[in-house]
Write a new protein. Structure first.
Length: 396
């Protein structure tokens, strides 16, 4: 391994975005002896670039004139501020790692590597265009304005980089189809920092938060995108027929659509909304659950991504009920971290009831999940793979 690399990372995400892939990689690289500068979008600044240090990472936050979903890599003002800063930055970097290839990330990166004659790596962490996320969770006006642009920026620059990191094997195949050589692609799924999410005893979490001690409790964690909950609510309606005391804890900022959905299935007395809470509070609430739920239909969008909540679920050491889609299917089949259900509410409910009835099986699957979090999805383990990839690229 090359010691003490100097790495420039550029992302269109805000610095404090929950589950930030760039931030997690940057902090892990610093822990492993490298120096990292992370260029990110300011949460709210419209003027002025701000520099700070965060867990050893040098953070550069650039201003953006847009708002909401548009504050995500499209602003010319942000782009110009980044290029201006990087042209004055005299740090001697070994490589640039560009997270996604939207205008505010790819153009400053291309300008920088052209002038410095160093390699560029791009990261692909979601399937945005061509039937991906833009068709699932974006409003109609956004799709009409950005569908073609999103696909162009997602695909056009992949072959111009020295290397590519991908969050899913589906994106690796898509990159190969675009012409990226397979030896220039590195698969790095979503990771966790297990020490920050210790396994918790169900009894302790319930006693602290006031959840009923003997009731079966299910958990569904989300920040604000409560997708595919229909199958969960129908499965819950079926399952409470056997266990009337069953509860479902749902986290995150929920819309009126979610509340209406719960009422439409008649399970409002069985659902506990905890809202958007801190990471520590979320781990406590989810730690009160016996079983986690992760509805994951077989769509282009899901095949191309990694659900970050799976890392939380595995760290807490509980089994998960999900669907055989994308890389989750391989994870469940290889490591037995839960049960896979058909995309059918009755079968989903059957898997839940199987785990409620078989405490030994639930405990075994939960222990498997915690072990996998510690051994395969720890960010430091994943970043050791990234270091080897960097070494191969720099050796060229």
């Amino acid at each position: 391994m090359t010691d003490g690399l100097r790495i420039l990372m550029i992302t269109h995400h805000p610095r404090f975005k929950a589950g930030s892939r760039s931030g997690a990689m940057a902090e892990s690289l610093v822990r492993r002896g490298h120096q990292v500068t992370l260029v990110a979008t300011s949460n709210d600044r419209r003027l002025g670039t701000e520099l700070s240090m965060s867990n050893g990472v040098r953070v550069v936050e650039t201003p953006d004139l847009l708002w909401g979903r548009l504050r995500s890599g499209w602003d010319l003002w942000d782009l110009l501020n980044r290029m201006a800063f990087l042209r004055k930055d005299d740090d001697q970097y070994d490589l640039v790692h560009c997270f996604e290839t939207r205008p505010t990330t790819i153009y400053p990166a291309l300008d920088f590597v052209r002038r410095r004659k160093i390699p560029m790596v791009t990261d692909w962490n979601d399937w945005f265009g061509r039937g991906g996320i833009i068709t699932i969770s974006r409003p109609g006006w956004y799709r009409r304005l950005f569908a073609g642009i999103e696909t162009y920026y997602e695909e056009a620059f992949r072959t111009r980089a020295a290397g590519l990191t991908v969050i899913s094997t589906a994106l690796a195949r898509r990159a190969a189809a675009l012409g990226v050589p397979e030896d220039r692609i590195c698969y790095i799924p979503g990771g966790v920092v297990p020490s920050e999410i210790p396994a918790r005893r169900i009894e302790d979490c319930r006693a602290r938060l006031g959840y009923p001690a003997g009731a079966p409790i299910l958990g569904f964690a989300s920040a604000d995108s409560h997708l595919d909950l229909e199958i969960v609510m129908e499965a819950l309606r079926i399952a409470v027929g056997t266990h009337p005391e069953m509860k479902l804890i749902v986290s995150g900022k929920t819309s009126s659509r979610v509340a209406d959905l719960v009422r439409s299935y008649g399970v409002q007395d069985h659902v506990v909304f905890i809202g958007f809470v801190s990471s520590d509070e979320l781990a406590l609430h989810m730690g009160a659950a016996d079983i986690f739920l992760l509805p994951f239909p077989d769509t282009v969008y899901n095949r191309g991504r990694w659900p970050n909540k799976m890392g939380l679920y595995m760290c807490l050491g509980r089994p998960t009920v999900s669907n055989p889609t994308g890389d989750l299917k391989a994870l469940f089949e290889r490591h037995r971290v839960g049960l896979l259900a058909e995309w059918d509410p009755a079968n989903f409910a059957e898997k839940i009831l199987t785990l409620v009835a078989d405490d030994g099986l639930a405990r075994e699957l939960g222990e498997n999940a915690r072990r996998v979090a510690l051994t395969e999805h720890d960010w430091d383990t994943l970043v050791s793979r990234l270091e080897r990839f960097y070494d191969r690229l720099l050796a060229r």
